[in-house]
Design a protein. Structure first.
Length: 354
Protein backbone atom coordinates (compact mmCIF):
# COMPACT_ATOMS: atom_id res chain seq x y z
CA UNK A 1 0.00 0.00 0.00
CA UNK A 2 1.27 3.46 -0.87
CA UNK A 3 1.85 5.60 2.18
CA UNK A 4 0.60 9.17 1.80
CA UNK A 5 1.26 12.34 3.68
CA UNK A 6 -0.82 13.24 6.77
CA UNK A 7 -2.74 16.11 5.15
CA UNK A 8 -4.73 16.63 1.93
CA UNK A 9 -3.34 15.68 -1.47
CA UNK A 10 -0.76 18.45 -1.16
CA UNK A 11 0.02 21.67 0.65
CA UNK A 12 -0.84 23.47 -2.59
CA UNK A 13 -4.39 22.07 -2.46
CA UNK A 14 -4.87 23.45 1.05
CA UNK A 15 -3.42 26.81 0.06
CA UNK A 16 -5.87 27.00 -2.87
CA UNK A 17 -8.76 26.29 -0.51
CA UNK A 18 -7.54 29.01 1.85
CA UNK A 19 -7.37 31.53 -1.00
CA UNK A 20 -10.87 30.58 -2.08
CA UNK A 21 -12.19 30.92 1.47
CA UNK A 22 -10.95 34.49 1.82
CA UNK A 23 -11.97 35.31 -1.74
CA UNK A 24 -15.54 34.36 -0.82
CA UNK A 25 -15.39 36.56 2.27
CA UNK A 26 -14.15 39.49 0.19
CA UNK A 27 -16.74 39.01 -2.55
CA UNK A 28 -19.53 38.95 0.00
CA UNK A 29 -18.16 41.99 1.82
CA UNK A 30 -18.20 40.07 5.09
CA UNK A 31 -18.26 42.67 7.87
CA UNK A 32 -15.88 41.54 10.62
CA UNK A 33 -16.30 44.85 12.46
CA UNK A 34 -19.91 43.97 13.28
CA UNK A 35 -18.99 40.30 13.79
CA UNK A 36 -15.69 40.55 15.65
CA UNK A 37 -15.54 37.10 17.27
CA UNK A 38 -14.08 34.70 14.69
CA UNK A 39 -13.11 31.02 14.99
CA UNK A 40 -10.92 29.53 12.25
CA UNK A 41 -10.60 25.73 12.33
CA UNK A 42 -7.84 24.13 10.28
CA UNK A 43 -6.39 27.61 10.12
CA UNK A 44 -3.65 28.69 7.75
CA UNK A 45 -2.03 32.07 7.42
CA UNK A 46 -3.64 34.56 5.08
CA UNK A 47 -2.81 38.30 4.99
CA UNK A 48 -6.46 39.11 5.74
CA UNK A 49 -5.98 37.68 9.24
CA UNK A 50 -3.71 40.61 10.09
CA UNK A 51 -6.69 42.96 9.84
CA UNK A 52 -8.78 41.11 12.43
CA UNK A 53 -9.03 41.80 16.15
CA UNK A 54 -6.49 39.37 17.61
CA UNK A 55 -8.21 39.34 21.01
CA UNK A 56 -11.42 38.08 19.38
CA UNK A 57 -9.76 35.56 17.05
CA UNK A 58 -9.49 31.83 17.77
CA UNK A 59 -7.18 29.86 15.47
CA UNK A 60 -6.96 26.06 15.55
CA UNK A 61 -4.45 23.96 13.63
CA UNK A 62 -3.22 20.47 14.53
CA UNK A 63 -0.58 20.17 11.76
CA UNK A 64 2.67 21.57 13.12
CA UNK A 65 4.15 23.21 9.97
CA UNK A 66 0.94 25.21 9.40
CA UNK A 67 0.73 26.13 13.08
CA UNK A 68 4.36 27.26 13.08
CA UNK A 69 3.75 29.57 10.13
CA UNK A 70 0.89 31.24 12.02
CA UNK A 71 3.03 31.55 15.14
CA UNK A 72 5.87 33.21 13.23
CA UNK A 73 3.32 35.82 12.10
CA UNK A 74 2.48 36.55 15.74
CA UNK A 75 -0.74 34.55 16.13
CA UNK A 76 -1.68 32.30 19.04
CA UNK A 77 -2.68 28.84 17.80
CA UNK A 78 -4.59 26.07 19.53
CA UNK A 79 -3.62 22.53 18.42
CA UNK A 80 -6.96 21.08 19.50
CA UNK A 81 -10.57 22.19 19.07
CA UNK A 82 -11.53 23.12 22.59
CA UNK A 83 -15.04 23.93 23.78
CA UNK A 84 -15.17 27.72 23.87
CA UNK A 85 -16.49 29.76 26.80
CA UNK A 86 -17.90 32.24 24.30
CA UNK A 87 -19.78 31.73 21.06
CA UNK A 88 -18.49 33.15 17.80
CA UNK A 89 -20.07 35.37 15.15
CA UNK A 90 -18.21 33.66 12.32
CA UNK A 91 -16.68 30.22 11.95
CA UNK A 92 -14.22 29.63 9.11
CA UNK A 93 -13.19 26.08 8.25
CA UNK A 94 -10.60 24.58 5.92
CA UNK A 95 -11.79 21.03 5.44
CA UNK A 96 -9.63 17.90 5.02
CA UNK A 97 -10.17 15.14 2.48
CA UNK A 98 -11.28 12.51 5.00
CA UNK A 99 -15.10 12.61 5.00
CA UNK A 100 -15.57 11.56 8.64
CA UNK A 101 -13.01 14.12 9.81
CA UNK A 102 -14.60 16.77 7.59
CA UNK A 103 -18.05 16.22 9.11
CA UNK A 104 -16.57 16.23 12.61
CA UNK A 105 -14.78 19.56 12.13
CA UNK A 106 -17.87 21.12 10.57
CA UNK A 107 -19.99 19.93 13.51
CA UNK A 108 -17.38 21.40 15.89
CA UNK A 109 -17.57 24.71 14.03
CA UNK A 110 -21.37 24.72 14.33
CA UNK A 111 -21.10 24.13 18.07
CA UNK A 112 -18.89 27.23 18.36
CA UNK A 113 -21.36 29.54 16.63
CA UNK A 114 -23.91 31.82 18.24
CA UNK A 115 -27.45 31.85 16.78
CA UNK A 116 -27.45 33.92 13.60
CA UNK A 117 -23.73 33.36 13.11
CA UNK A 118 -22.21 32.43 9.78
CA UNK A 119 -20.33 29.26 8.88
CA UNK A 120 -18.01 29.30 5.86
CA UNK A 121 -16.08 26.20 4.79
CA UNK A 122 -13.73 25.51 1.89
CA UNK A 123 -11.91 22.54 0.37
CA UNK A 124 -10.14 21.64 -2.84
CA UNK A 125 -12.32 20.20 -5.60
CA UNK A 126 -10.44 16.89 -5.35
CA UNK A 127 -10.49 16.96 -1.56
CA UNK A 128 -14.21 17.03 -0.92
CA UNK A 129 -15.17 20.51 -2.05
CA UNK A 130 -18.15 19.17 -3.96
CA UNK A 131 -19.76 17.64 -0.87
CA UNK A 132 -19.67 20.72 1.40
CA UNK A 133 -23.05 22.10 0.38
CA UNK A 134 -24.89 18.81 0.87
CA UNK A 135 -23.11 18.29 4.18
CA UNK A 136 -24.32 21.67 5.43
CA UNK A 137 -27.82 20.78 4.26
CA UNK A 138 -27.57 17.57 6.26
CA UNK A 139 -26.79 19.60 9.35
CA UNK A 140 -29.90 21.70 8.78
CA UNK A 141 -28.11 24.94 7.93
CA UNK A 142 -30.13 27.30 5.78
CA UNK A 143 -29.45 29.96 3.13
CA UNK A 144 -26.52 28.00 1.67
CA UNK A 145 -24.42 29.69 -1.01
CA UNK A 146 -21.17 28.80 -2.75
CA UNK A 147 -18.36 30.02 -4.96
CA UNK A 148 -15.77 28.10 -6.96
CA UNK A 149 -12.25 29.39 -7.65
CA UNK A 150 -8.62 28.14 -7.65
CA UNK A 151 -9.80 24.52 -8.14
CA UNK A 152 -11.51 24.78 -4.78
CA UNK A 153 -14.97 25.58 -3.44
CA UNK A 154 -16.22 27.70 -0.55
CA UNK A 155 -19.72 27.31 0.89
CA UNK A 156 -21.38 29.46 3.54
CA UNK A 157 -24.61 29.28 5.49
CA UNK A 158 -26.41 30.96 8.37
CA UNK A 159 -26.84 29.30 11.73
CA UNK A 160 -30.58 29.90 11.86
CA UNK A 161 -31.42 26.35 12.76
CA UNK A 162 -29.59 23.05 13.02
CA UNK A 163 -30.30 19.32 13.12
CA UNK A 164 -28.86 18.52 16.56
CA UNK A 165 -29.03 14.76 15.99
CA UNK A 166 -26.91 15.09 12.83
CA UNK A 167 -24.40 17.29 14.65
CA UNK A 168 -24.09 14.90 17.58
CA UNK A 169 -23.71 11.92 15.24
CA UNK A 170 -20.85 13.64 13.39
CA UNK A 171 -19.16 14.57 16.68
CA UNK A 172 -19.42 10.98 17.88
CA UNK A 173 -18.13 9.41 14.66
CA UNK A 174 -15.16 11.77 14.42
CA UNK A 175 -14.08 11.66 18.06
CA UNK A 176 -11.23 9.71 19.65
CA UNK A 177 -12.32 6.08 19.78
CA UNK A 178 -11.14 2.51 20.33
CA UNK A 179 -9.81 0.62 17.30
CA UNK A 180 -8.46 -2.82 16.45
CA UNK A 181 -10.49 -4.75 19.05
CA UNK A 182 -9.85 -2.09 21.71
CA UNK A 183 -6.07 -2.52 21.52
CA UNK A 184 -5.53 1.16 20.67
CA UNK A 185 -7.34 4.46 20.56
CA UNK A 186 -7.17 6.73 17.54
CA UNK A 187 -9.15 9.42 15.71
CA UNK A 188 -10.29 9.89 12.10
CA UNK A 189 -7.80 12.15 10.32
CA UNK A 190 -4.69 10.64 11.86
CA UNK A 191 -2.75 8.81 9.14
CA UNK A 192 -4.08 5.22 8.88
CA UNK A 193 -6.21 5.98 11.92
CA UNK A 194 -8.05 2.66 12.17
CA UNK A 195 -5.53 0.33 10.53
CA UNK A 196 -2.13 -1.25 11.05
CA UNK A 197 0.20 0.21 8.43
CA UNK A 198 1.77 -2.68 6.52
CA UNK A 199 5.12 -0.94 6.24
CA UNK A 200 5.32 -0.47 10.02
CA UNK A 201 4.28 -4.08 10.53
CA UNK A 202 7.09 -5.29 8.27
CA UNK A 203 9.60 -3.03 10.02
CA UNK A 204 8.68 -4.48 13.43
CA UNK A 205 9.23 -7.99 12.09
CA UNK A 206 12.84 -7.15 11.18
CA UNK A 207 13.92 -5.03 14.15
CA UNK A 208 16.07 -7.23 16.46
CA UNK A 209 15.06 -7.92 20.05
CA UNK A 210 18.39 -6.58 21.33
CA UNK A 211 17.67 -2.99 20.24
CA UNK A 212 18.53 -0.94 23.33
CA UNK A 213 19.23 2.44 24.85
CA UNK A 214 17.40 5.68 24.12
CA UNK A 215 15.71 6.16 20.80
CA UNK A 216 12.91 7.78 18.84
CA UNK A 217 9.98 6.98 16.59
CA UNK A 218 9.87 9.53 13.76
CA UNK A 219 6.23 9.85 12.69
CA UNK A 220 4.75 7.87 15.56
CA UNK A 221 1.09 8.19 14.51
CA UNK A 222 -1.26 6.74 17.10
CA UNK A 223 1.61 4.62 18.44
CA UNK A 224 1.50 1.21 16.76
CA UNK A 225 5.21 1.04 15.89
CA UNK A 226 6.29 2.48 19.26
CA UNK A 227 4.16 0.01 21.20
CA UNK A 228 5.44 -2.97 19.24
CA UNK A 229 9.13 -2.16 19.62
CA UNK A 230 8.66 -1.54 23.35
CA UNK A 231 7.00 -4.95 23.63
CA UNK A 232 9.72 -6.65 21.60
CA UNK A 233 12.86 -4.84 22.80
CA UNK A 234 12.95 -4.95 26.60
CA UNK A 235 16.37 -3.26 26.77
CA UNK A 236 15.03 0.06 25.52
CA UNK A 237 15.45 2.67 28.27
CA UNK A 238 13.70 5.65 26.72
CA UNK A 239 11.68 6.62 23.66
CA UNK A 240 10.90 9.94 22.00
CA UNK A 241 7.70 9.94 19.94
CA UNK A 242 7.52 12.63 17.24
CA UNK A 243 4.67 13.52 14.92
CA UNK A 244 3.49 16.64 13.09
CA UNK A 245 -0.16 15.82 13.91
CA UNK A 246 -1.11 16.89 17.44
CA UNK A 247 -3.91 14.32 17.54
CA UNK A 248 -1.40 11.55 16.87
CA UNK A 249 0.74 12.68 19.78
CA UNK A 250 -2.23 12.77 22.16
CA UNK A 251 -3.47 9.30 21.21
CA UNK A 252 0.07 7.88 21.22
CA UNK A 253 0.46 9.06 24.84
CA UNK A 254 -2.61 7.08 25.84
CA UNK A 255 -1.59 3.99 23.87
CA UNK A 256 1.86 3.84 25.51
CA UNK A 257 0.73 4.41 29.10
CA UNK A 258 1.28 0.76 29.96
CA UNK A 259 5.04 0.93 29.31
CA UNK A 260 7.26 1.98 32.21
CA UNK A 261 10.23 3.30 30.19
CA UNK A 262 10.87 7.04 29.94
CA UNK A 263 8.70 8.49 27.18
CA UNK A 264 8.85 11.98 25.70
CA UNK A 265 6.42 13.37 23.15
CA UNK A 266 7.11 16.04 20.55
CA UNK A 267 4.52 17.80 18.39
CA UNK A 268 7.06 18.74 15.74
CA UNK A 269 7.99 18.82 12.08
CA UNK A 270 10.34 15.86 11.84
CA UNK A 271 11.81 17.13 8.57
CA UNK A 272 13.55 19.82 10.64
CA UNK A 273 16.33 19.34 13.24
CA UNK A 274 15.04 19.10 16.81
CA UNK A 275 17.20 20.52 19.60
CA UNK A 276 15.62 18.08 22.07
CA UNK A 277 16.83 15.07 20.09
CA UNK A 278 20.53 14.28 20.20
CA UNK A 279 22.90 11.43 20.98
CA UNK A 280 20.19 8.83 20.40
CA UNK A 281 21.09 5.16 20.21
CA UNK A 282 18.45 4.35 17.61
CA UNK A 283 15.63 5.75 15.51
CA UNK A 284 12.78 3.82 13.90
CA UNK A 285 10.99 5.41 11.00
CA UNK A 286 8.30 4.85 8.38
CA UNK A 287 8.54 8.21 6.61
CA UNK A 288 5.68 9.89 4.74
CA UNK A 289 5.83 11.00 1.14
CA UNK A 290 3.79 12.67 -1.61
CA UNK A 291 2.26 10.03 -3.85
CA UNK A 292 2.52 10.58 -7.58
CA UNK A 293 4.77 13.63 -7.42
CA UNK A 294 8.26 14.12 -8.82
CA UNK A 295 9.39 15.17 -5.33
CA UNK A 296 7.62 12.28 -3.61
CA UNK A 297 10.78 11.18 -1.79
CA UNK A 298 11.70 14.70 -0.59
CA UNK A 299 9.88 14.32 2.72
CA UNK A 300 11.54 11.01 3.49
CA UNK A 301 14.95 12.41 2.54
CA UNK A 302 14.46 15.34 4.91
CA UNK A 303 13.46 12.93 7.69
CA UNK A 304 16.59 10.84 7.06
CA UNK A 305 18.78 13.93 7.35
CA UNK A 306 17.11 14.92 10.64
CA UNK A 307 17.50 11.38 11.94
CA UNK A 308 21.23 11.38 11.15
CA UNK A 309 21.66 14.62 13.11
CA UNK A 310 19.83 13.17 16.13
CA UNK A 311 21.82 9.93 16.34
CA UNK A 312 25.09 9.54 18.20
CA UNK A 313 28.17 7.94 16.64
CA UNK A 314 27.37 4.29 15.81
CA UNK A 315 23.67 4.97 16.40
CA UNK A 316 21.26 2.97 14.25
CA UNK A 317 18.42 4.00 11.94
CA UNK A 318 15.84 1.30 11.24
CA UNK A 319 13.68 2.42 8.35
CA UNK A 320 11.00 1.00 6.09
CA UNK A 321 10.14 2.57 2.74
CA UNK A 322 8.16 1.82 -0.39
CA UNK A 323 10.40 -0.20 -2.67
CA UNK A 324 10.34 2.29 -5.57
CA UNK A 325 11.62 5.27 -3.59
CA UNK A 326 15.35 6.02 -4.07
CA UNK A 327 16.71 6.62 -0.57
CA UNK A 328 19.96 4.72 -0.96
CA UNK A 329 22.00 7.76 -2.02
CA UNK A 330 21.05 9.97 0.93
CA UNK A 331 21.52 7.07 3.35
CA UNK A 332 25.02 6.59 1.93
CA UNK A 333 25.67 10.31 2.35
CA UNK A 334 24.74 10.43 6.04
CA UNK A 335 25.59 6.95 7.38
CA UNK A 336 28.75 4.92 7.68
CA UNK A 337 27.19 1.54 6.86
CA UNK A 338 23.95 0.55 5.13
CA UNK A 339 22.33 -2.85 5.16
CA UNK A 340 19.12 -3.76 3.35
CA UNK A 341 17.48 -6.32 5.64
CA UNK A 342 14.39 -7.04 3.56
CA UNK A 343 12.75 -6.32 0.24
CA UNK A 344 9.35 -7.63 -0.77
CA UNK A 345 5.61 -6.93 -0.83
CA UNK A 346 6.39 -3.46 -2.18
CA UNK A 347 8.64 -2.46 0.74
CA UNK A 348 12.29 -2.43 1.74
CA UNK A 349 13.82 -2.29 5.22
CA UNK A 350 17.17 -0.66 5.95
CA UNK A 351 19.43 -0.76 8.97
CA UNK A 352 22.05 1.97 8.85
CA UNK A 353 24.78 2.95 11.30
CA UNK A 354 26.16 6.43 11.72
Amino acid sequence: MMKKLYFCDSVQTMESACETLFYALEQNAHDFSSRPHVAFLGAQFHPALLGLDQDSLYLQQNFRPFAQELETKGFAVSPAIYDAEIKYDTALVLLPKNAIESRYITAKAISLLKPGGQLMAAAGNKAGGGRIKSMMKGFGLGNRQEVSKNKARAVWAQYSGVDEDAVQKALHEGAVQSILDNKFISQPGIFGWDKIDRGSEILVEHIPEDLKGKGADFGCGYGFLSSKILEKCIKIKGLHCIDADFRAIETCKENLKGFSVQKDYHWADMTKPNVHLNNLDFIVMNPPFHEGKKTESALGRACIKSAAQALKARGELWMVANAHLPYEDILTEHFRTISKRYEGMGFKVFCTKK
